[in-house]
Design a binder for this molecule. Structure first.
Ligand code: ADP
Ligand code: ADP
Ligand code: MG
Length: 665
């Protein structure tokens, strides 16, 4: 067995690898950037080496610095985690050439499978069914367009070097092909340094089913069954489970066999995942639609996968331990006939993002952060951050994985739902409330999943941004208690004034009533709310917590911080639909689609901003005219920079707007 290991990663996966290494008595070395000097993975490792500034390309993506750190600390092996350098064949080879052990497949396997086009060609040769499409060398726009026409729409343009759901564009209409190709190539070049693409038939009613495989240096290959990762947003997995709902034994045997065949075709060593796409449109007699002859190879990920915990939970195996044993030259810990499925496991990816605001990443300090799993189920939380940490814009916004294991799928879902509903995170926003709403979905509970589910029902899963009534009432009661002393009362007669609305009538109280209410004014950091009691009252509610600067409430996955508002009752100006488009985060403008004076319609894309490794389209909030434009393609912008101002047509109250309009003509 290895005696020491450097982990060339950060965040939850670095912590995860350290945990198993420690269990096996292996000395661990972390590497870190400026932003991560105090990060959890640095604290947990036996030693840590600083490798550069915060941007990943100056630190976690610098192979030479990482190898140097391994040599300086006498680390025997390097574990790449996922993302970063994990699928970089040149780095794998450089590690081996430096006399170190690479915890991963051989460089030639990564090369064979790392590019989606080469991998598909290889799989066709090995007799594995692949998604129909175009893999050609000829990358000219005209050829690609002609091939797309041949395949038939809808088609999917994919960066051959893509990953993590990036560098993909679905095209439904030939007229949109050229635009989609440009945008796809641009994202591919900036994210992967390779703008080549392939084309695939876009599968309808698709389910993402993948098989975990493992190989060792003695020629053994086993599979550890399938996972279903169909719940995705923008091709990025959100909720994953194992086994796949509705999977019958015959279909399971067939895809697991295909996966083993695929791994054997590249003499695969270590942990890998074969991803398949299933066309489930043929649901006879209410079945799942999963059929062996409608499942195709999509790609292979030559590394540990983010969602590996669900496989660990149902098989009782530690996949990081398997990786370290295989890298040490040992045979696989189990034979195929010693592996079986026990119960159901489900994982949700907790992202620091704001579902109510287009899922834009949310950054800042984690002033309050707490996660817990209900006792009635098994499970674990994989995270790399702690309360008090500052989230950096340089890295992936995934801050934790919430994993639950139970005897049945229903119990696992219910356990994960509670886990999501209990998430406390403030002021950084998360997708916890969104996840909880998804986990309540009836179709999902019945196992009716496909990769379009989240997008189709997105509106149902978007949590409200404003605190619900019971939260306002509860906090107001605490305020009354804190400021007036305890007097028991009753909350039946409460009315709440929300921003942009008149005093609303709630539960039997009328504004015109003769009763003079006690009014508590609250502020949630954004808006003022007024809660009135006819009888000043108290009964402190256990789910409201007094903290240093206010009252903290976790409700259904949203965390609210309320404090007593000062000053006169506000005018409650409400949401004037301002047409000012501010940069939601620091980033780079990659494309500007409008010019001053242009007429735009609601939802039309104005410009594209690249931040946190993703492209974000900023769109017009309403029909109008581009009155002001400060965005230039290629420019770096700060948070809150005024990028564009849209004026509703007929709006005459701005000199600048008028000026911009006349100049634009
Ligand atoms: P895929 O989507 O290709 O199947 P995964 O779902 O396993 O792959 O996700 C891999 C992605 O995880 C990477 O492409 C990257 O965006 C992200 N990632 C990389 N490193 C980390 C990390 N330390 N913590 C969280 N996410 C990471
Ligand atoms: P990545 O490397 O980014 O993970 P994949 O090729 O694995 O790229 O595709 C990611 C996701 O995109 C899949 O899980 C699936 O939801 C969707 N997808 C990929 N190919 C197709 C296709 N041909 N038809 C429909 N959806 C697809
Ligand atoms: Mg994939």
């Amino acid at each position: 067995m290895l005696t020491s290991l450097l982990i060339a990663n950060r965040g939850e996966i670095a912590c995860r690898v350290i945990r198993t290494a420690r269990k096996l008595g292996i000395r661990t070395v972390a590497v870190y950037s400026d932003a991560d000097a105090k990060a959890l993975h640095v604290q947990q490792a036996d030693e840590a080496v600083h490798i550069g500034p915060s941007p990943a390309r100056e630190s976690y993506l610098c192979g030479d610095k990482i190898i140097e750190a391994a040599k300086a600390t006498g680390a025997e092996a390097i574990h790449p985690g996922y993302g970063f350098l994990s699928e970089n064949a040149d780095f794998a080879q450089a590690v081996i050439d430096a006399g170190l052990i690479w915890v991963g497949p051989r460089a030639d396997s990564i090369r064979a499978m790392g590019l989606k086009d080469a991998a598909k060609a290889r799989m066709i040769a090995a007799g594995v069914p692949v998604t129909p499409g175009y893999l050609g060398e000829d990358q000219s726009a005209a050829t690609l367009k002609a091939e797309a026409d041949k395949i038939g729409y809808p088609i999917l343009i994919k960066a051959v070097a893509g990953g993590g759901g990036k560098g993909m564009r679905r095209v439904d209409d030939p007229a949109q092909f050229d635009d989609a190709l440009d945008s796809c190539k641009r994202e591919a070049a900036s994210s992967f340094g390779d703008d080549r693409v392939l084309l695939e038939k876009y599968i309808l009613s698709p389910r993402h089913i993948e098989v975990q495989i493992f190989g060792d240096t003695h020629g053994n290959v086993v599979h550890l069954f399938e996972r279903d990762c169909s719940l995705q947003r923008r091709h990025q997995k959100v909720i994953e489970e194992a086994p796949a709902p509705g999977m019958d034994e015959a279909t399971r045997a067939s895809i697991c066999e295909a996966a083993v065949k695929a791994a054997k075709a590249v003499d695969y060593v270590g942990a890998g995942t074969i991803e398949f796409i299933a066309d489930t449109s043929d649901k006879e007699a209410g079945g799942s639609g999963l059929r062996a002859d409608r499942i195709w190879f999509m790609e292979m990920n030559t590394r540990l996968q983010v969602e590996h915990p669900v496989t660990e939970e149902i098989t009782g195996q530690d996949l990081v331990e398997w990786q370290l044993r295989v890298a040490s030259g040992e045979a696989l810990p189990k034979r195929q006939d010693e592996l079986s499925i026990n119960g159901w496991a489900i994982e949700a990816r907790l992202y620091a993002e704001d579902p109510a605001n287009g899922f834009l990443p949310s950054v800042g300090r984690l002033d309050h952060f707490a996660l817990s799993i209900p006792h009635r189920v098994e499970g674990r939380i994989e995270t790399g951050v702690m309360e008090g940490d500052e989230l950096s814009t340089s890295y992936d916004p995934m801050i934790a994985k919430l994993v639950v294991h139970a005897v049945s799928r229903d119990q696992a879902i219910a356990g994960l739902r509670t886990t999501c509903e209990r998430v406390r995170c403030w002021p950084v926003k998360t997708n916890a409330a969104f996840l909880a709403l998804v986990l309540w979905d009836g179709g999902f509970e019945e196992g009716k999943v496909d990769t379009g589910l989240l997008a189709r029902q997105l509106d149902e899963f978007l949590p409200s941004e404003t605190p619900p009534e019971e939260v306002l009432q509860a906090v107001a009661m605490m305020v009354v208690d804190d400021t007036m002393g305890g007097r028991a009362g009753d909350i039946r007669e409460t009315y709440i004034n929300r921003p942009a609305s008149a005093w609303s009538w709630v539960r039997g109280f009328r504004l015109n009533s003769a009763t003079r209410p006690t009014i508590v004014r609250l502020n949630d950091g954004q808006d003022d709310y007024e809660v009135a009691f006819t009888e000043p009252s108290i009964s402190t509610l256990p789910w409201v917590e007094r903290v240093a600067n206010g009252y903290l409430v976790d409700r259904d996955g949203s965390t609210f911080m309320l404090r007593e508002a000062r000053g006169e009752p506000s005018a409650f100006a409400g949401t004037t639909s301002s047409g000012t488009i501010l940069s939601p985060m620091p980033g780079k403008v990659t494309a500007v689609d409008v010019a001053p004076g242009d007429t735009v319609t609601k939802g039309q894309r104005l410009l594209t901003l690249e931040a946190m490794k993703m492209e974000h389209g900023l769109v017009a909030p309403f029909d109008g005219i581009v009155a002001e434009l400060n965005a230039v393609a290629g420019a770096q912008v700060q948070v809150d920079a005024l990028l564009v101002r849209i004026e509703a047509e007929g709006q005459k109250d701005s000199h600048e707007g008028t000026k911009a309009r006349s100049e634009g003509k």
